[in-house]
Structure formats: C-alpha cells, structure tokens
Design a protein around this ligand. Structure first.
Ligand SMILES: [Zn+2]
Ligand SMILES: [Zn+2]
Length: 359
C-alpha cells in the first residue's frame, strides 16, 4: 500500500492543496525529504500567485495530479544547508522559481539552460527523483538542491520581489537572448498583467522607449504614471494602431488568450522581433508576408536558467525593480484565484505565508 503524503518523507510540512478540478484550496499536511548534502531547507515567507498555479489547480492543461500544492515564486530564509552547499548559509535570504531539478548533464544543463532540460523537474506537480509527486510554495517549507536556489538580494523586498522568480525571468531572459536591450530602441509590451508590468520596468531599466499595447484603455494612466511606460497604444483603436505601424524594434507578447499576430507584426520596423511568452491554448496564425517582406522574427521563450535567474534578480535589485503586488493571507487564496481568473489584480497576488499559514 502506498504511503500518505505525510508519511513519505521525514520533514513534516503544511501547505494548501487543491484536491480536484474545482481548484478549491484548503490545508494539507504532507512531508519533505531530509535535507541532503546538496540541499537547502527553506522556511517560506512569501509566495507569488502565478497564472500557471490557477491553470494547474483547475487542470486546464490536463496533467494535474491531485492533491496539488502550487506555488513557484518562493522567497524565504535558509534554515539548513547540506555538507556540499557552498553558496548559501543558514539564515540567508533565498529564492526558488519554477524548477527544482534537472539532469545536470545534457547540453542544455551544461549551458545553464536547465529550464530547457528534457528532464527538468518543475517546482510542483512534477516527480521527485524517488518517484513521489512534489509540492510547491503554498506551504511553510521546502527542500531544494542548491543548484536551483538563488540568492535573494538584500535590497529587494521579499514580498514584492517574489514574482520576479517567474514573471521577472520570463520577460528578462528573452530580452537578453534575442538582443532586445539596446538603449534608445523602442519596445512594445503587449498585455499589461503580471508579466507585462514587469516587462515595462525591465525595459525602462535597459534604457528602452516602452509602449504598452493593451485592449483596456482604462490602464493608460497606470501604465504611464505608475509603471513608467512612455506611451500607451489601445489595440482596439484602428486609427491609433495605424499611426503606430512600423515604429517598434521589439515586442514582447505576454497575451495568453488566442489573438491575431498580424496587428503586432505590422507595428514592427524592418528587422523587428516579436517574442511570445504567453501560452494560448490554441495555435496562433502566423502571417508570413510581413515576416518575409520586413525580415522580421517571431520567437518564443520559457523562463530562464538558474544562472540567468540570479543575474535577473541582481539586475532588478540594482535598478529597484519589483512587482506591484496585493499581499494576501493564505486564507484568501480561493478568492484571489477567482479574481485572477478575471484578471482582477494589479498586478500580482503574493501570499504572506509566514504570517498566515500555521499549524
Ligand atoms: Zn509562473
Ligand atoms: Zn539536462
């Protein structure tokens, strides 16, 4: 007979789990492995609420294994470090993002691109090396191999900085990889949610001119006054879209709903680049004419490797970039999920884990 989640491992933990595709979360007792030689045991203080968490608890993608404890924007303090751990000390501020393991030997792992490793182990709803299902950051503690732990800079707020571990690296990595960081160039950010609002801030820190492209005219003043965008383009306004044709060097497309690419591609200059980081649940149509006639590029990108995640956090610390958040108690998570489903959040919920989750 298989063991209960509480009996599988020696370290006892408490989290909030969804048991079925209603997605409703409630307290869940389980266990974590003993801290091994390469491991860091972390007391979780804050955990961001990512759109992936919502999709997973509701089984929107069809591969959720219940019970599921979501959460992959984790910030906390190391409480134990193994004998081989050199990068971290007990008491240090640390972060964990979307992955907690990979093969360490493939071409991707050797190039610090663990996020593209075919054997990547995601932070939750993935298999531990011993075959058990792992649990994420809506919980009081976690045990992670040091390779997948990052130093959390002292001057970054631990609550508002948590979303950088997924949302931040998701937009930072493609900007670096695709060469979208040249100061003075013009970046369009399509979609102003959890990812988009961080993209605006990172774009400004690189010295780019940033235009938010959004279907919600109501977000204009926030985009400009609060987030620091240079301009705002209402995607549903044909005359404004027409006047912006051929003005942008780069676009980061964070929209996760099915949407036409043609209007975005026409905004690009010759040699322009469009990178998609949202994950619509159906294929998008790819208009070839503007690509060929303008030597334009369409690419994709999925989070970033551990080395780059550290680089991104240090960059954000240097430029005082964090997410705009609504801090919630764990008891409020079900309401927060309902609101997230309606995009009713400015711009990320973060759970105050240490102050609201207790035995
Ligand atoms: Zn995420
Ligand atoms: Zn690998």
């Amino acid at each position: 007979m298989s063991k209960s989640p509480e009996e599988e491992h020696p370290q006892k933990a408490l989290g909030w789990a969804a048991r079925d595709n209603s997605g409703t979360l409630s307290p869940f007792h389980f266990s974590r492995r003993e801290n091994g030689d390469d491991d860091v045991t972390i007391k979780i203080l804050y955990c961001g609420v990512c759109h992936s968490d919502l999709h997973t608890v509701r089984n929107d993608w069809g591969f959720t294994r219940y019970p599921v404890v979501p959460g992959h924007e984790i910030v906390g303090v190391a409480t134990k470090v193994g004998n081989n751990v050199t990068k971290f000390k007990a008491g240090g501020r640390v972060g964990v993002g979307v992955m907690v393991g990979s093969c360490k030997t493939c071409e991707c792992c050797q190039q610090d691109l663990e996020n593209y490793c075919p054997r990547v182990i995601f932070t939750y709803n993935s298999h531990n090396p011993d075959g058990t299902i792992n649990y994420g950051g809506y919980s009081d503690m976690i045990v992670v191999d040091q390779r997948y732990v990052v130093r959390f800079p002292d001057n970054l707020p631990m609550d508002a900085g948590a979303p950088l571990l997924c949302a931040g690296i998701t937009v930072y990595s493609p900007m670096k990889y695709y060469g979208m960081t040249e100061a003075g160039k013009h970046l369009g950010v399509a979609g102003l949610g959890g990812l988009g609002h961080v993209a605006v801030k990172i774009g400004k820190a690189f010295g780019l001119k940033v235009t938010v492209i959004s279907s919600s005219p109501s977000k204009e003043s926030e985009a400009i006054n609060r987030l620091g965008a240079d301009s705002f383009l209402v995607s549903s306004d044909p005359s404004k879209m027409k006047s912006a044709i051929g003005t942008m060097d780069y676009i980061i497309d964070t929209v996760s709903a099915v949407h036409p690419l043609l209007p975005l591609l026409t905004l690009l200059k010759v040699n322009g680049k469009l990178v998609t980081v949202g994950l619509p649940n159906k294929p998008l149509e790819l208009p070839i004419f503007p690509l060929v006639l303008g030597r334009k590029l369409v690419g994709g990108s999925d989070v970033g490797g551990m080395k780059e995640t550290q680089e991104m956090l240090d960059f954000c610390a240097k430029h005082n970039i964090s997410a705009d958040i609504e801090l919630i108690r764990i008891d409020d998570i079900n309401t927060a999920m309902e609101r997230l489903a309606k995009s009713d959040v400015r711009y990320r919920f973060v759970i105050d884990v240490a102050n609201s989750l207790s035995q």
